[in-house]
Design a protein around this ligand. Structure first.
Ligand SMILES: Nc1ncnc2c1ncn2[C@@H]1O[C@H](COP(=O)(O)OP(=O)(O)O)[C@@H](O)[C@H]1O
Ligand SMILES: [Mg+2]
Length: 354
């Protein structure tokens, strides 16, 4: 029912090519997150799936049907938007029931579905309130409730947490994860926030400028990013990139040299490199450790204590910036000299240069 297949999907708005040859397979029951920076085409892709925009070329299947030319209401999808789009003059109960009321379902059936959705979203006590008497998180749950009662085969969420403050974002995110665990319905969730992608997804699709950069399980993408874009996009603070030159390729590793690195052996993860080739070494801030004899030497620009870790922004010699996330509760003064070492086996090497 809720498997989705996008094959060779393109979308143009006049001369603007917004979605470029997108191929994605989403399994029945999967929680799939489309993530990428603002303007990369996430909402457009979701709207193509919902049927709110026409597909320029390619084939879209939901279940075993090609749905390119079906109206939104014929697709059995329900969409939840960033703006809650709930009616201020209606109670929570009336808002959740709205779609059912206009479909003229029976009173008893509507009551049963609304109660069930309210129980699932823990809103039973709020049913007689109006939206003005709700917090932002509760309003978004009303919008989700309205989607739930329609019993769709696919839920589509477009940045549903963007209007919420940090605490509500986290609790509403957990509500959505719990909802998926309970309903086991296919969900596609769009966000620019890599934390939401990492925490919610079974499968992440990373998008850039209308193209798919990589598809995979969250920790697959985190540990095996296919390119600099995915490497830099997932994980906070972002992976550090340093220019290197390839010296030699071995069975499992490639040896690179760089200005402040000396000679470093890094897993090549199936990529092939030629001696003398310029490349980029990637090292996550969490894998740098303070080491007085370490090769990466510089001075502290800013040091931020976040509680669980301290993030240090370092200026290396010739100005290259390096971010380190240190577990220790260290306070480093701006201007202080620092040196870091790292385990080359935890680093990445890319043939691309930024
Ligand atoms: N109706 C439209 N007409 C022309 N361009 C559009 C239209 N809708 C979106 N775009 C363009 O498509 C690109 C992707 O937009 P969008 O899908 O909203 O990105 P995202 O949701 O990832 O921020 C943007 O450059 C945007 O300006
Ligand atoms: Mg958008």
């Amino acid at each position: 029912m809720g498997a989705i297949s996008l094959r060779g999907i393109n979308k143009r708005f006049g001369a603007t090519h917004v979605i470029k040859d997108v191929n994605i397979e989403i399994e029945q029951g999967e929680f799939c997150v489309f993530v990428g920076p603002s303007g990369c085409g996430k909402s457009t892709l979701l709207r193509l799936i919902a049927g709110l925009e026409d597909i320029t070329s390619g084939e879209l299947r939901i279940g075993d049907r090609v749905v390119n030319h079906l109206q939104p209401k014929e697709r059995a999808v329900a969409m939840v938007f960033q703006s809650y789009a709930i009616f201020p003059h209606m109670t929570v109960r009336e808002n959740i029931a709205f779609g059912l009321t206009i479909r003229r379902e029976s009173r008893a059936e509507i009551d049963r579905k609304v109660s069930e959705a309210a129980r699932m979203l823990r809103m039973e006590d709020l049913l007689d309130r109006r939206p003005s008497q709700l917090s932002g998180g509760q309003r978004q749950r009303v919008a989700i409730g309205r989607a739930v009662v329609r019993d769709p085969s696919v839920f589509l969420f477009d940045e549903p947490l963007s209007n919420l403050d940090a605490a509500l974002r986290m609790s509403t995110r957990q509500e959505i994860a719990a909802l998926h665990a309970q309903l086991k319905t296919t969900m596609i969730y769009v966000t620019h926030d890599q934390v939401e992608a990492m925490t919610l997804a079974d499968k992440i699709v990373v998008l850039k400028e209308g193209r798919v950069m990589q598809i995979g399980a969250p920790m697959d993408l985190y540990h095996n990013p296919a390119n600099l874009f995915v490497a830099g996009f997932l994980g906070a603070p972002s992976m550090n990139f340093l220019p290197v030159t390839v010296e030699a390729q071995g069975a499992r590793t490639v040896t690179v040299t760089g200005d402040m690195l000396g000679r470093t052996e890094v897993p090549h993860r199936g990529r092939s490199f030629a001696p003398g080739q310029p490349a980029t070494l990637g090292i996550r801030p969490q894998y740098l450790r303070p080491d007085d004899s370490g090769a990466l030497r510089g001075t502290v620009r800013v040091s931020e204590r976040l509680g669980t870790e301290t993030v240090v922004d370092v200026a290396l010699a010739q100005g290259t910036r390096l971010m380190a996330a240190l577990a220790e509760d260290v306070i480093l003064t701006p201007g202080a000299p620092v040196a870091f070492g790292f385990d080359g086996y935890k680093a990445h090497v890319f043939a691309e240069t930024p």
